[in-house]
Design a protein around this ligand. Structure first.
Ligand SMILES: N[C@@H](CCC(=O)N[C@@H](CS)C(=O)NCC(=O)O)C(=O)O
Length: 205
């Protein structure tokens, strides 16, 4: 299989971390592609033009990180990234949903900041700042209460990848402020080799 990705993408980062965690990285071909580019090498494979995109050995194209997680869970015999039999009370799914919601909101906000100042919608910037703050407050409580702990499942990967991405690519927002438990949680997970190997380049947004 082959993964198309961009180094700055938080969504692609969660898949790259998952490949490393599952021991599938070495056998997965990879290509860095440009985004929002009519000449991108990705477009002949995926008309949606988004990363992560996974090309399977039979030519099937998977776009959407969650669908890729589903597929990766069929390719290993260890513990599932996304347990789907209710064995953990759907807790991983619930935590994954919150982490993906955080990524989605930050990605929308980040994209808005790349527009010229006069083209930005203050309403949208305020909405996303509020959403992120509210979600982080809930995550702070959850992490302080022992959630997102234990083995490396999809929820831990998604939350850790997003916080590290935000710190390097969405620097307008200090997610650590007022969130000491989350901050300590992130410092611990970021030392993990799969996280250290996928750190996105720093930009000032
Ligand atoms: N819901 C998608 C979101 C993926 C996504 O938005 N990726 C961004 C990079 S962070 C992208 O490829 N953007 C290119 C574009 O919007 O044209 C997923 O989970 O994979």
């Amino acid at each position: 299989m082959k993964l198309f990705y961009a180094e700055g993408s938080p969504y692609a980062r969660i898949v790259r971390i998952a490949l490393l965690e599952l021991g599938l990285d070495a056998t997965t071909e990879k290509e860095v592609v440009t985004l929002r580019d009519p000449d991108s090498a990705l477009l002949p494979y995926n008309p949606v033009g988004r990363v992560p995109t996974l090309l399977l050995d039979d030519g099937t194209i998977l776009t959407e990180s969650l669908l890729i997680f589903y597929y990766l869970d069929t390719r290993h015999s260890g513990q599932m990234l996304l347990p789907r039999d209710g064995s953990d009370g759907w807790a991983t799914m619930a935590r994954m949903g919150t982490a993906m919601g955080l990524i989605d909101g930050l990605a929308v906000w980040n994209r808005a900041l790349r527009r010229p100042v006069e083209e930005r919608s203050q309403f949208m910037l305020d909405l996303e700042r509020t959403r992120a703050g509210r979600t982080l407050d809930a995550l702070e409580q959850a992490v302080a209460g022992g959630a997102y702990a234990g083995r490396m499942d999809a929820a831990r990967i998604a939350l850790g990848a997003t916080l590290g991405w935000s710190e390097r690519r969405h620097r307008t927002f200090d997610w650590r402020a007022g969130h000491p438990a989350l901050s300590a949680w992130h410092d611990a997970i970021e030392t993990h080799p799969s996280f250290a190997a996928t750190l996105p380049p720093i930009v000032d947004y």
